[in-house]
Write a protein that binds this ligand. Structure first.
Ligand code: FES
Length: 228
């Protein structure tokens, strides 16, 4: 009987764009979906890992139909899943982590665990107030360009975004794992975004990722922010 050649990790994940060898598939992250093992790459979203593994049905709506990723940018809420028992988490915005227990969400899920029982990422701890002269919500092209203009005029700027990385949908940055393994992941558009992000940072713009603003109180010299 002919010996069957072992499949590489990328052979098992045909939806991946990069075709690097298994040896170069660094920073792999093992987690489970409905109890079945799945492997993603560090820095990418849960949705990206699931799609790459051929899993498209993330939740069920109230008539039992399957739903999955739609906008891919955190606005449609079609990609909701349970993560470690916490319901209604957006798979497209949540970075995949080792040993996560991801499960399909059905309509009207239970409330889930108490805050202090959640994985730290899902425990919204509001930090002490921080002050800024100009607060920009959203680190997409518009937010970054505005921040750069203001910073060049000497204004102290803070840009807040709920995504892990700045760039928004238009200048979306590849997963961190691609930095070291696959330079082709940086197409012209993401390179333009990277340049914009670097310009903002070099001008001293503070960019807060994975951050939600709960309260912004205006005062005489700017805003006091309460973020988590
Ligand atoms: S796919 Fe739209 S919020 Fe995740």
């Amino acid at each position: 009987m002919p010996h069957k050649k072992a499949q590489s990790w990328f052979d098992q994940h045909p939806n991946r764009l990069d075709r690097k060898s298994q040896e170069e598939a660094i920073d792999l992250v093992s987690f489970s979906f409905n109890g079945n093992p799945v492997v993603g790459r560090k820095g990418e979203s849960i949705a990206a890992s699931l799609i790459a593994a051929g899993i498209r049905n993330f939740r069920q709506d109230r008539v039992g139909e399957n739903r999955g990723i739609y906008c891919g940018m955190g606005t449609c809420f079609e990609c909701l899943v349970h993560i470690d028992g916490s319901p209604s988490q957006r798979a497209c915005l949540t970075p995949v982590e080792k040993d996560m227990d991801i499960r399909t969400q059905t309509y009207a899920p239970s409330v889930g665990p108490r805050n202090d029982q959640m994985r730290p990422n899902f425990h919204p701890t509001v930090s002490p107030p921080r002050r800024t002269a100009l607060l920009i919500i959203g680190a997409g092209p518009g937010g970054l360009a505005s921040a750069i203009s203001a910073a060049r005029s000497g204004v102290n700027v803070t840009v807040v975004d709920e995504r892990t990385m700045p760039g928004g949908q238009y200048f979306k940055q590849p997963a961190a794992a691609s930095e070291s393994s696959d330079k082709s992941a940086f197409d012209q558009q993401s390179l333009q975004g990277r340049a914009l992000i670097e310009t903002a940072r070099n001008l001293g713009v503070e960019i807060l990722g994975k951050t939600t603003v709960w309260n912004a109180v205006e005062n005489s010299d700017g805003f006091d922010l309460h973020v988590s």
